[in-house]
Design a protein around this ligand. Structure first.
Ligand code: GLC
Ligand code: CA
Length: 562
């Protein structure tokens, strides 16, 4: 089974936010030589691939998600020679390298847009979406990041408005134009020719729009953003991209499934559709932000039942395709702070429980750098400490609209993206060993205890537990490739499931709550063997009493059933 599967199916993909990983030259910004110097560490984790957030030339309005030249390395990150060396060294260690493809929009400083905005007759004008002023006010479109809220921005030279779903420095490309698509495919080939192994595709469901820009029927689309994704020609474009570049290069692809529902996933990832290999949705953040506890005294701040339903719906939703699982990335706060309790006696077991969860799920695992040491939210107190355009502009917008900016700031402590973007914590030296200079964003003060060097020394650390969990996944085909069956659906504290295949069966039981919890024991569990456990003592047969399995706060047990 294992041999015939493509590499990415069994993979753990380690996501590095280059700006925050390791600074090599003291300017306070992480860079490619910094990553290169830490490849032995990455490889020691047992992960299979690295995904780098954008490393291309950019004025950094949105930390590299606003690209001004797709074929150049961002000055702050290094040179093309640095990149080539990094790619070689990643491959030499038997890992793969995946880059970020940001083609819903460019930077407004990209040559195409600088040309486009000069005149309606410029050949690049049609590379972007415009609303001519003589047609009146453009139909309402919201921007995710704009401080005034609208996704249209007036441009004097052309007497028209350009569309920007993100900040005004991120104009949306017009995928209707075959020249745009051709440029994108050529650029992808440029990187495949260098030898990269795949792309993570930013905001990919947003590339297709209805170019007539009809008025949005707010009755039908109360959440207007869902209207922006999955435009009429989306699958046609993805299919074309697949046949033009992805298939010929045998490249791996994973889409960021902005606004996509699990039941739509198969359309993107079923192999016979020849579009993408994988797609990840925004389910984890929705569950964390939008649901209420299932049980008043479970101590879980959201609905675990909804979380289970969501992961299970994606598992089913991919059909014959393959799931992508994650809990954190550069757009989410730290998973430990969001899904568990990140301090005191619970920090350690919580972090290990979440690692057990992700590494025993069916699907390719996307692991955000730093989670393996149990990094936590920094929880900035003031707006002045934030760097992210999302937080900064939405704060301004709320202030301008006379809203409650203080409440917004309070909420950002839990969900702001900058929580995940603080520097990686290498050791207890100043700035956590991230830089000799002044870091571009503050280092989490917990770095004195939460850091790689300290955890390397402790056999029982979160870091070493993560390594064991990765190894277990590699050694057990049933955990990697087997089926996933949710059990204890209605249990408000325990997430439990079976993974079966190749004649083996595993029970995974995870207590997401800071209290004791109980579930029905599964047949054969009592006599089974515990293969991974996040408490120090044995989780032997004594944990199974009277047909029940008892779990302590945040306890995680993986048991091979006989
Ligand atoms: C994606 C990225 C996010 C970025 C946005 C605009 O959601 O993951 O970081 O801000 O797209 O490119
Ligand atoms: Ca640097």
């Amino acid at each position: 089974m294992e041999q015939q599967e493509p590499w990415w199916k069994g993979a753990v993909i380690y996501q590095i936010y280059p700006r925050s990983f390791k600074d090599s030259n003291g300017d306070g910004v992480g860079d490619l030589p910094g990553i290169l110097s830490k490849l032995d560490y990455v490889s020691s984790l047992g992960v299979d691939a690295i995904w780098l957030n954008p490393i291309f030339a950019s004025p950094n309005d949105d930390n590299g998600y606003d690209i001004s030249d797709y074929r150049k390395i961002m000055d702050e990150f290094g040179t093309m020679a640095d990149f080539e060396r990094l790619l070689d060294e990643v491959h030499r260690r038997g890992m793969k390298l995946v880059l970020d493809l940001v083609v819903n929009h460019t930077s407004d400083e990209h040559r195409w847009f600088r040309e486009a905005r000069r005149s309606r007759y410029n050949p690049y004008y049609n590379y972007y979406h415009w609303w001519p002023a003589e047609k009146g006010e453009p139909p309402m479109r919201k921007s995710y990041f704009d401080e005034e809220g609208s996704a249209w921005r007036y441009n004097e030279a052309t007497d028209s408005y350009y569309l920007h779903y993100f900040s005004r420095k991120q104009p949306d490309l017009n995928w209707e134009n075959p020249d745009v698509r051709g440029e994108v495919y050529n650029m992808m080939s440029f990187w495949f020719d260098k030898g990269i192994d795949g792309f993570r595709m930013d905001s990919i469901p947003l590339i297709a729009k209805d170019p007539a820009f009809p008025e949005i029927d707010l009755e039908r689309y109360p959440d207007v953003f869902s209207y922006y994704a999955h435009g009429p020609r989306l699958h046609e474009y993805l299919h074309e991209m697949n046949s033009e570049v992805l298939a010929p290069y045998g490249a791996m692809s994973v889409g960021e499934g902005s606004e996509i529902k699990p039941e739509e996933a198969a359309l993107f990832v079923e192999p016979e559709r020849k579009e993408l290999n994988m797609l990840y949705g925004f389910g984890p953040s929705a569950v964390r932000n939008e649901t209420e506890p299932d049980d008043g005294d479970s101590g879980i701040g959201y609905s675990l039942i909804a979380l289970k339903e969501m992961f299970t719906a994606w598992d089913e939703g991919v059909g014959d395709g393959w799931p992508a699982v994650y809990l954190g990335n550069h757009d989410q706060a730290r998973m430990l702070s969001r899904f568990c309790i990140d301090d005191g006696v619970y920090r350690d077991v919580s972090a290990k429980m979440l690692a057990t969860f992700l590494l025993t799920m069916r699907g390719t695992v996307y692991w955000f750098a730093g989670d393996e040491t149990g990094m936590r939210n920094i929880r900035f107190e003031t707006i002045g400490e934030y760097k992210d355009v999302d937080t900064l502009n939405n704060y301004k917008r709320i202030e301008n609209e006379g809203g409650d900016a203080q409440a917004y700031l309070e909420g950002q402590k839990l969900i702001a993206r900058d929580n995940a973007r603080t520097p990686f914590q290498w050791d207890a030296s100043p700035n956590a060993g991230f830089t000799d200079g002044t870091p571009w964003i503050e280092v989490n003060p917990d770095y004195k205890t939460v850091n790689v060097a300290a955890e390397e020394k402790q056999p029982g650390s979160v870091l070493n537990y993560f390594r064991r969990a990765v190894r277990l996944r590699k050694e057990c085909p049933a955990i990697c490739y087997g089926s996933y069956t949710l059990i204890e659906k209605e249990n408000p504290r325990i997430y439990a499931y079976l993974r079966e295949g190749e004649g083996e069966r595993y029970l995974i039981a995870l207590n997401f709550s800071p209290h004791d919890a109980v579930m029905q024991a599964v047949l054969g569990a009592e006599k089974g063997e515990t293969v991974l456990h996040n408490y120090d003592d044995e989780a032997g047969a004594e944990r199974f009493r009277e047909g029940c399995l008892q779990l302590r706060p945040f306890e995680a047990v993986v048991r091979k059933l006989s």
